[in-house]
Structures are given as structure tokens and as C-alpha cells.
Design a binder for this molecule. Structure first.
Ligand code: PAF
Length: 282
């Protein structure tokens, strides 16, 4: 496994692989890798000759009062994880390598980014779309792997690839959870013991929604209300949003008659956690 920090190095390696007719799987990450990331890397490893993982805490997707400076980082651990899975290249650029001195070009998206996390974190999707576009242009993979935990991000990137004709396929992979149901996230490392227990309220609220839907309930407002009631029982929790949206266009719905995304963002203490499930109607 090689770890490289320049765009030039990645380009040279990828050019050589292409001459050898290798297929390339790509997993973009911000590091502090956990089993969620591992599942993406394993999927890439199973489907491609070569796997590239990027580790870059992208300043452009963090708002002013967000956790850019404190975002957890551990390159030694991340390298060991990638090595064990058989990743071929880690791309670990600096912010100056990615954005240079003067950077004037952004990729922005309307509509799909207006609600959910896009509403609470207004700069996030511009930063995500810009950095992911750059990474796609640098790595030029056949497929790129994203977790469904960031369901809106998955929808946005899938749309961006279609709208901008990127020549690659986006693969969404299921959420990986702790044994008690908490979705794996690098930000779980911020939680103290009491907060870790309180964080289960996200999973509990989603389970309530899932049970209601499975028993035939289609009234999205009623389901949301039950989820909110459950979260409000937890004193350490503060709701950012609880939403039920059409999975195709990420717009709020009142009745669940099509595939729906049931998503929530909740602050546990100072830590903002997200989770969701997608109810597919075929
Ligand atoms: O999901 C993430 O970790 C980031 O948003 C991504 C896709 C790596 C872009 O910085």
C-alpha cells in the first residue's frame, strides 16, 4: 500500500493502472475510519482490481461554528485499517494541495440540498460537491462508494454525477451499526458515557417509525410526531430535524405512498448525530 499526498502522484499511479486495464474503486473519506468505512472499502476491494481511499478533512464543507478544528484525526490507525483491507493507495492531501492559493470554482446544487442537512448546514453540500468532483477528476474511478448513513449526501452525489456526466457509477452501501443500534460515525468519539447512552434515542425513534410503517401507517406527520415525542424524553437530546421526505426528490411528504427517506439529526450534548432509514416501495 502506498500513501501519497499530491495530485500528481495519484495521477501517475492511475495512469499506469489504466494502461494495465485495471478497474478502480474509490472510497472518499474524512478519515478516523470505522466499520462503516471498512464496509465501503471491502465492497470496493471485492469489485475492483485497485482501490483508492482518500483521507481529507475538507475545510470547505464545514461552517464557521462547526467542528473542523476538533474533527478527529488518526492517520496511523487509518493506515493500519486500509492496509488490513488491502487498499492500494491512500490519497492524503493537504488543504493547500487541494485548494491552492486562489480557488474560485465551486460545484453547487439546488433543490436536493434545500432541506434536511442542507438547511441546518448551508455550506456543506457546496463543499461536498466541490471536493468530490475534484476527487473524481483526480482518481478517475470506475465506481465510488458512499454510505447510506449520509443519505442526502448519497442522493446529491448520485444526482451530481448524472447532471455533470461524470463517467463513473455511485454505489450506496448500508448503514453499519454498533450492537445496540447506534449508527457508526467518526463523531461518536465526541460522546462521553452518558451521551453515548443518550445517543441511542436516534435509533429508538427510527425503530418506532419503522414499526409504524410496517404495520401499515402512512401518515408521515403522525409518524414524525411519535418520533419527536420519543426524542423529547431524552434530556441530553436536542432535535435539529426529524423529516420524512420523498426518496427521489428529498421533499417533505405528508403521506408515504412512494419510497421515503425517514431522517433525523439530533444534538446529543454538543455533538450533532444523523441517522435514517429508507423505506423502499417497489
Ligand atoms: O462523507 C464524508 O466523509 C465526506 O462528506 C466526503 C464524501 C468524504 C467529502 O468530504
Amino acid at each position: 500500500m502506498k500513501t501519497v499526498s499530491t495530485i500528481q502522484e495519484v495521477r501517475e499511479i492511475v495512469k499506469k493502472w489504466r494502461q494495465e486495464n485495471c478497474s478502480i474503486g474509490f472510497v472518499p473519506t474524512m478519515g478516523y475510519l470505522h466499520e462503516g468505512h471498512e464496509s465501503l472499502m471491502k465492497a470496493a476491494k471485492a469489485n475492483h482490481d485497485k482501490v483508492v481511499v482518500s483521507i481529507f478533512v475538507n475545510p470547505m464543507q464545514f461552517g464557521k461554528n462547526e467542528d473542523l478544528d476538533t474533527y478527529p484525526r488518526d492517520m496511523e490507525h487509518d493506515s493500519a485499517v486500509c492496509e488490513a483491507i488491502g487498499v492500494d493507495v491512500i490519497f492524503h492531501p493537504s488543504p493547500s494541495e487541494m485548494y491552492g492559493e486562489n480557488f474560485y470554482t465551486y460545484v453547487d446544487m439546488d433543490y436536493l440540498t434545500e432541506g434536511l442537512c442542507g438547511k441546518s448546514r448551508p455550506v456543506m453540500f457546496r463543499g461536498v460537491c466541490t471536493v468530490v468532483s475534484k476527487l473524481f477528476n483526480i482518481v478517475q474511478p470506475d465506481k465510488a462508494y458512499f454510505g447510506q448513513k449520509d443519505a442526502q449526501q448519497l442522493a446529491v452525489i448520485t444526482r451530481m454525477v448524472k447532471d455533470l456526466n461524470f463517467d463513473l457509477e455511485i454505489v450506496g452501501c448500508p448503514i453499519v451499526r454498533e450492537e445496540d443500534g447506534l449508527a457508526k460515525s467518526s463523531r461518536n468519539s465526541y460522546l462521553n458515557a452518558d451521551e453515548r447512552k443518550a445517543a441511542l434515542v436516534l435509533h429508538h425513534a427510527l425503530t418506532i417509525a419503522q414499526n409504524l410503517i410496517e404495520s401499515g401507517e402512512t401518515n408521515a406527520l403522525l409518524i414524525k410526531e411519535k418520533m419527536i415525542q420519543e426524542i423529547k424524553k431524552e434530556p441530553l437530546a436536542r432535535i435539529d430535524y426529524v423529516e420524512i421526505v420523498d426518496w427521489e426528490n428529498i421533499k417533505a411528504i405528508e403521506q408515504i405512498h412512494k419510497s421515503a427517506l425517514i431522517a433525523l439529526a439530533v444534538f446529543i450534548g454538543k455533538t450533532r448525530l444523523i441517522d435514517n432509514f429508507i423505506h423502499i416501495i417497489k
